[in-house]
Design a protein around this ligand. Structure first.
Ligand code: ZN
Length: 500
């Protein structure tokens, strides 16, 4: 009886997953190949499919089925129990929000996103401010509707990172701030000394040759092109259409690093999606654990692998074959260019060392805004003050400051920390994989990364949502989430630049 109910749940979850995949395909096409003249038609199609998904989620038969199974949790085998636990948790959040609140939220978000585009272009924060006020007020209401007894920020954070508490985040981020701010100061001191020559990977690099190199590298680290593609988009992203993984990148003909590192990053996301348990498709066990864990997979391939000496030992000869301009480039010069770093204003262009300082700025500000301890009107000044404190630089304009990211205008409060959690987890996983497999640099230099991918598949990818992120990290690495491996890794990078 209970087994029949569970089988029914799986059928319904898979129908939902197929419909969600159709929505992903519409969105992927919108960002890549869709002709500009059909934007309205596409928006309508996306709205229709999103409405059908919402109908499925709130269908009384589905909701009753979840409740009935949740009441019988002890009777279920462990795998089924995971699916019921996570489905029930997600469904309870959906049910907590009444239709009016959901509608108001999506209307305000859509309007704010449009206003943000113009406000950023014109460097006009005042135009966006009233929308941000509405968004933060709405998100307070959303958090209160889901759970009025808990910290509102924690409730919102859980949307992206289930199982991570504000207490854990506070401890991790305090540790990180303590270690990173001095590293940023060392970087600034290094910039004052004779300049680093990071120009080895700048020059003239035709797109067609870059495309071929990136495909070759993505395939070599394990991306399955029979179940995925790499295309181009203005802002690189990856999307999974029910196991069919679409990556995008963007090419800069004057700098090899942009497309190479964004391809490695998105390939890391893609390897995770391709490594999920196919037998559990459509269920929580066959779905990525959290945004932080997803980001750990992209960052590990981008930073721990892609900026290592071993990677460049392997990669530089391939690139030299494709680009005559690199003929005289030495390994040392290429590694230096791959690790160039300096405090800068724009998060998406930040290097590996200072990136998390940008996240800490946003984390502090969105928390105080949500708590009502900072007003939207005071936000630009608070932004400049926090940038000065953490990165030692301040923007001259809001365009290069508080207006640079779309997240808050989209209502994504509690999203930014997942980027840094990804970096924290990636460093922990890298150390644990190296402890299990032996030094990884030589394997990477030989183009043999299958053992590393196998380690990630077994301990992260295949488990889906069997554990929540903090438990998954503990199980995979033997340690609860900690910043120590990341800080040690970044300290090594600063020391390398100091002697370069
Ligand atoms: Zn990412």
């Amino acid at each position: 009886m209970t087994t029949d109910l569970y089988d029914d749940l799986v059928v319904r979850l898979r129908r939902h997953a197929d419909l969600a995949a159709a929505l992903q395909l519409l969105e992927w096409d919108q960002e890549t190949f869709m002709p500009a003249g059909v934007a309205n038609e596409r928006a309508r199609q996306i709205g229709t499919v999103a409405g059908l998904l919402h109908e499925q989620e709130t269908d009384p038969a589905f909701v009753n089925l979840i409740d009935e199974l949740a009441a019988r949790l002890p009777e279920l085998d462990p795998a089924a129990a995971v699916d019921v636990r996570e489905t029930k948790w997600r469904s309870a959040r959906t049910r907590a929000l009444d239709t009016d609140l959901v509608r108001e939220r999506s209307t305000v978000r859509a309007a704010a996103r449009n206003v943000w585009i113009g406000a950023r272009a014109d460097d006009d924060f005042a135009r966006l401010a009233p929308y941000l006020e509405r968004i933060f007020a709405l998100e307070r209401r959303v958090a209160a509707a889901i759970d009025p007894h808990r910290d509102a920020y924690e409730v919102l954070l859980e949307e992206y990172e289930p199982g991570t508490s504000v207490a854990v985040l506070d401890r991790l981020f305090a540790e990180l701030r303590g270690g990173l701010v001095p590293l940023g100061e060392r970087l600034r001191a290094r910039m004052a000394a004779p300049p680093l020559d990071g120009g080895a990977l700048r020059g003239d690099f035709p797109i067609e040759a870059q495309r071929a190199c990136n495909r070759r590298i993505a395939a070599e680290i394990g991306f399955d092109f029979t179940r995925g593609r790499i295309d181009e988009a203005a802002h690189p992203f990856s999307i999974s259409i029910g196991g069919d993984v679409r990556l995008t990148t963007r090419y800069d003909t004057s700098d090899l690093r942009y497309a190479l590192f964004s391809t490695l990053h998105e390939t890391g996301h893609g390897l995770y999606e391709q490594g999920l348990d196919a037998a559990a498709w459509g269920t929580p066990r066959g779905t990525a654990c959290s945004l932080g864990i997803h980001e750990s997979q992209s960052r590990l391939w981008e930073n721990q692998v892609g900026r290592s000496e071993g990677f460049w030992r392997r990669c530089l000869p391939l690139l030299q074959e494709a680009f005559p301009a690199l003929a005289g480039t030495t390994l040392a010069a290429a590694v230096l260019a791959a690790n160039e770093a300096r405090p800068s204003l724009i998060r998406t262009e930040a290097d590996e060392i200072t990136y998390n300082l940008h996240i800490l700025v946003r984390f502090d500000l969105e928390r105080t805004l949500l708590a009502g301890d900072l007003t939207v009107a005071d936000l630009p000044a608070a932004w400049r003050e926090t940038m000065a404190r953490y990165l030692g630089i301040t923007p001259d304009s809001d365009r290069e400051g508080v207006l640079q990211d779309v997240h808050w205008a989209c209502g994504a409060i509690g999203y930014f920390p997942t980027y840094t959690l990804g970096n924290v987890y990636a460093a922990q996983m890298w150390d644990a994989a190296a402890a299990a497999l032996g030094p990884l640099d030589a394997c990477i230099a030989a183009g043999e990364t299958a053992a590393l991918l196998g380690w990630l598949r077994a301990r992260i990818h295949q488990l889906g949502q069997t554990h929540r992120a903090p438990e998954l990290v503990q199980a995979a690495t033997g340690q609860p989430p900690t910043c120590r491996p990341l800080l040690a890794h970044l300290e090594g990078k600063v020391a390398f630049l100091e002697t370069a």
